[in-house]
Design a protein around this ligand. Structure first.
Ligand code: PLP
Length: 374
C-alpha cells in the first residue's frame, strides 16, 4: 500500500484492522503448542495499555515506571536468590545473550566462546555481531552439555562459557554447578530464559526434576524471560549481573547518563504489566500454574506414547519432544489444520511447549488430528 493522501476515519481503520487481526493465531484457541509465550493475565494487559508511551531509554521522564521496574528487579532477585549487583530490563533473552557475550568479550579481550550444541540460535547472532568465535560443545546422552569437553576446551583464549537452564528444544538443564567449578575466572553466562520462571516454582514439588539453584557465586550473568513462563506481556527479558558493568554508552541528550542495553528508545509497558502480573498471581498462583503445566506435559507424553511416539528425554520442565525422522511434514500438515506445533533439530523430532494456555481438552483435540497424520 501507499500512505493515503488523506487520513481515514477510525471506523475505516478499525474495520480493516479487525479483519486482519482475525488472521493471527490466538493463545486461547487451544491450538498453539509451539510457542514459549502465552496469554498474559487480564490485569497485566490492562496495565500494559496504561504505559504504552513509557520509554525507559529516557528514564528521567518516567520515574513512576522506573519505580515499578525497581520493585520488579527486587522481586525477581529474591525469587532466584542470586546476589547480583545489577539488573537490566531488556527486550528478551536474545538481547541478554548478546549483552552477556559483549561484556565477556570486552572484559577479557578474548574471542573464544564455549557454547552447548543445545543453545538457542541467539548465540549465533551474538557471536556474529561481536566477532566472537563459537566453539560448540556436544551433549551427553541426556542432551546436557558434556562438561568433560568443556574441561578439555577451556583455555587462556576463552572469553566465556555458556550454560543453559531450560533448553529451547527439550527444556533440559545443563550441569551449571560443574561448569561453574571449571570456569574459575572465565566469564560464565547462564541462559535461563525459559527455566527462570519454572525451576523456582517446582522446588519441593512432585514435579521437581532439576536440582539447579541460581545462587552460584561464580556466575557472571543470568538471563530470564518474564515474557515466557513469567506470563508477562511481551517484550520483557531480565538480565542479572554479578558485578555492575563498566560497559555503558553515554547518552548525553537524554535524562539518564548512559545506556547499557542494545535498544535505545524502548517500549517499557511490559515492566508495569509484569509488576501487575506478579502481584496478581503471587507465589501461590505461579506455583499452581507451573504445576498444572507439568501435569499437562506428562498427560501429553502419555497421549503421544499411545500414538507410538518415543520421548527424547523425560520432561524436566513443560516441554515435551519426541523422536521423528520427518518433523517438517507433520508440522506443515498440522499447520494446515490450524495447529501450531514445533520441531527439534538435535535430535530430529516434534516439540510441544505446554504453556499455561494449553489444557487437556486442547491436547486431546490436537492428538486426534495428529493421529490422522501418522
Ligand atoms: N534462550 C532460550 C533458551 C530460548 O528458548 C529463547 C527463545 O525461545 C531465547 C533465548 C531467545 O528469546 P527471545 O526470542 O525472547 O529473545
Amino acid at each position: 500500500m501507499n500512505i493515503p493522501h488523506e487520513g481515514k476515519t477510525d471506523e475505516e481503520i478499525l474495520e480493516k484492522v479487525h479483519s486482519v487481526k482475525e488472521l493471527d493465531m490466538d493463545f486461547l484457541s487451544n491450538k498453539i503448542f509451539g510457542s514459549m509465550c502465552t496469554e498474559s493475565t487480564h490485569i497485566g494487559k490492562k496495565v500494559h495499555r496504561m504505559f504504552l508511551d513509557a520509554n525507559l531509554g529516557n528514564p528521567g521522564l518516567y520515574s513512576g515506571t522506573r519505580k515499578l521496574e525497581t520493585e520488579v528487579h527486587e522481586a525477581v532477585s529474591s525469587l532466584i536468590g542470586a546476589d547480583m549487583e545489577e539488573v537490566l530490563s531488556l527486550g528478551g533473552a536474545t538481547e541478554g545473550n548478546i549483552i552477556g557475550l559483549w561484556r565477556a568479550r570486552n572484559l577479557s579481550n578474548k574471542k573464544k566462546v564455549l557454547i552447548p550444541e543445545s543453545a538457542h540460535f541467539s548465540f549465533q547472532k551474538a557471536c556474529d555481531m561481536l566477532d566472537l568465535e563459537p566453539v560448540y560443545i556436544p551433549l551427553d546422552e541426556k542432551y546436557r552439555v558434556d562438561v568433560s569437553v568443556i574441561e578439555e576446551k577451556i583455555d587462556d583464549d576463552t572469553a566465556a562459557v555458556v550454560g543453559v537452564a531450560g533448553t529451547t528444544e527439550l527444556g533440559q538443564v545443563d550441569p551449571i554447578d560443574s561448569i561453574a567449578d571449571l570456569c574459575g575466572d572465565t566469564f560464565l553466562h547462564v541462559d535461563a530464559a525459559f527455566g527462570g520462571f519454572v525451576i523456582p516454582f517446582l522446588k519441593g514439588s512432585r514435579y521437581e526434576r532439576s536440582s539447579f539453584r541460581f545462587d552460584f557465586d561464580n556466575i557472571d550473568t543470568y538471563v530470564l524471560d518474564p515474557h515466557k513462563m513469567g506470563m508477562s506481556t511481551i517484550p520483557l527479558g531480565l538480565m542479572f549481573c554479578k558485578k555492575e558493568s563498566p560497559l555503558s554508552i553515554e547518552s548525553p541528550y537524554l535524562t539518564g547518563k548512559d545506556q547499557k542495553t542494545i535498544r535505545g528508545t524502548r517500549c517499557s509497558a511490559s515492566i508495569p504489566a509484569f509488576w501487575a502480573t506478579i502481584n496478581h498471581l503471587g507465589m501461590k498462583g505461579y506455583t499452581e500454574i507451573v504445576e498444572r503445566c507439568m501435569e499437562n506435559t506428562f498427560y501429553l507424553v502419555e497421549r503421544m506414547q499411545e500414538l507410538g511416539f518415543h520421548k527424547i528425554i523425560e520432561p524436566v520442565m513443560n516441554i515435551a519432544s519426541f523422536h521423528h525422522e520427518d518433523p517438517d511434514t507433520l508440522v506443515t500438515n498440522m499447520s494446515k489444520k490450524g495447529f501450531n506445533i514445533s520441531r527439534t533439530v538435535n535430535p530430529l523430532g516434534l516439540r510441544f511447549v505446554v504453556m499455561p494456555h494449553v489444557n487437556k481438552e486442547g491436547i486431546d483435540e490436537m492428538i486426534n488430528i495428529l493421529g490422522d497424520e501418522v
